[in-house]
Ligand binder design. Structure first.
Ligand SMILES: O=C(O)CCC(=O)C(=O)O
Length: 261
């Protein structure tokens, strides 16, 4: 077991009631879970990201990242240590809620990091994917994918929260931007689930430092997001990590691709 795995395994976060989290998520389109991850583990992820993805801290378009707003870049994160941690990818406290929301055949579909740089302006409001059918039936369908938002630095009015429009996941009409929205403040160690159909918007980064945020997507086994992956792979790991993950949960990790090294 790697240091980072043992570090976060020794952390006993709160026990969540999967049924209540799923009920809150289905109603609002999002749910916040506090103190899920050890702060020291989040600090480690942050340090590794900053060291290994230095070019994502420069305000220019990149070959391996989507530009998703002014000074805001979305890149896939390779599942090398510490990003291969089971406590991150299949956290035992939160997977029961993820399975209740999606289903027992849920797959980990992608792991990306969105970094907003100092001075980044607010994003346009958007949903993560076009409606599946583009007809009123969409408002009746259960959730087919969710994103787990894991801030690597606190998300607050200075660094920029992700603004969400509650209940917009079932509203196929355009959501008025002046309708009630929520700006959830998340500390390191917290996470938030958002429905793929929820209207949301990353707010401006008014701090003097980058704000990297991990987004893990969990989806129905038949759903594949091509829209957000025009430049990168969804999930890449070394062969040994791919084997480790697959041995842990072959279904959940069935989308992880092994790279050649
Ligand atoms: O930067 C953020 O707060 C949100 C980014 C995001 O959700 C997206 O680009 O889809």
């Amino acid at each position: 077991m790697s240091n980072q795995n043992s570090m976060s395994s020794s952390f006993n976060g709160p026990i969540f009631n999967a049924t209540s989290v799923a009920a809150e998520f289905r109603k609002s389109g999002f749910a916040i879970l506090r103190n899920v991850f050890d702060k020291a583990f989040i600090d480690l992820l942050h340090t590794e990201f900053v060291q290994n993805y230095k070019h994502h801290l420069i305000p220019e378009d990149k070959e391996d990242a989507l530009t998703v707003g002014n000074k805001r870049y979305k890149t896939s994160v390779e599942l090398n240590a510490p990003f291969d941690s089971i406590d991150l990818l299949a956290n035992s406290q939160i997977m029961p809620a993820v399975r209740k929301i999606i289903d027992d055949k849920v797959v980990l579909a992608s792991v990306v990091c969105v970094t907003s740089l100092p001075g980044a302006q607010e994003q346009s409001s958007h949903r993560d994917h076009p409606w599946l059918f583009g007809t009123p039936i969409d408002r009746l369908l259960p959730s087919y994918a969710l994103k787990m938002v894991v801030p690597l630095v606190p998300m607050n009015p200075e660094t920029g929260t992700t603004r969400v429009w509650p209940e917009s996941q079932n509203n196929v009409d355009a959501v008025a931007l002046d309708s009630d929205s929520v700006d959830p403040v998340l500390d390191a160690g917290d996470c938030m689930f958002t429905d793929y159909n929820l209207m949301h918007q990353g707010l401006a980064n008014k701090s003097g430092y980058p704000r990297p945020v991990l987004f893990l997507s969990y989806a129905k086994h038949w759903f594949r997001d091509e829209q957000n992956f025009q430049k990168q792979e969804h999930l890449v790991a070394s062969k040994s990590v791919q084997r480790k993950l697959s041995a842990t949960d072959p279904c959940l990790f069935s989308r992880v691709q092994a790279s050649d090294y």
